[in-house]
Design a protein around this ligand. Sequence first.
Ligand SMILES: [Zn+2]
Ligand SMILES: [Zn+2]
Length: 284
Amino acid sequence: MQEFIEANEAAIRLGFFLGIFAVMAGWEVISPRRALTVSKAVRWLNNLGLVAFNTLLLRLLFPAAAVGVAAVAAEQGWGLLNHYQVPFWPAVLLAVIAMDFVIWLQHVVVHAIPLLWRLHRVHHADPDYDVTTGARFHPIEIVLSMLIKFATILLLGPPVVGVILFEVILNGMAMFNHGNVRLPESVDRLLRTLLVTPDMHRVHHSVEDDEANSNFGFNLSLWDRLFGTYRAQARGGQEGMTIGIHHYRAVREVSWISGMLTLPFKAHLGSYAINGRRWTKGDE
Ligand SMILES: [Zn+2]
Ligand SMILES: [Zn+2]
């Protein structure tokens, strides 16, 4: 099976992407959680246009991708899991969990540091929340994420299959937890004990800075619970909360590709990043 997965990596990833995208897109049409403020045609054309551009950019810059780096690390015996010759399946499991932790930590950092928040706010500036929000990131953030992933792989030494599995899970979970969908409350509560659900991640897309600085997880809900950044609900509720960021609300700025690409270079940062907060007496 290991050889089959490695040989058919591209097809497996594309198959899961298209399958999960179709399920989520259909679910959003049948029973949307919130009404969209910008038409679906404009959203999809621009968000997916940016995704296509980023995919092409990554292919050009890093043709071997994360899987290639994992293969080199395995050949050379680099990284913890290779060095200690951890057996295959425990190594796959440890790799997926460790990579999920790194991506959680990276997410906290891009919120805290002003220069990185400039890039990451492209993801947050979306005034609506649907399956296409999950993949809209500024190209510079995409390249940075890839470099962090390469460094993680070189230090960790995960099996190639572990990297493929992680990419498939992350991609699928990003589409699932950005879905404009509603799960029955009991199912949401049960799932949240282990995984990030759409209602949980939607809180992270609130315009309120304390709510945006919570629920950083993409896959496991564990990291937010463990490190104290978990928030069960938005104050306004799932339907009443406002999604997006303060100061940038014009469709041309937040929904068009031209606006998304130039957003990091605009001046106003707001109070989201770590030194942008106002602490006043009585707030404590
Ligand atoms: Zn974020
Ligand atoms: Zn998000």
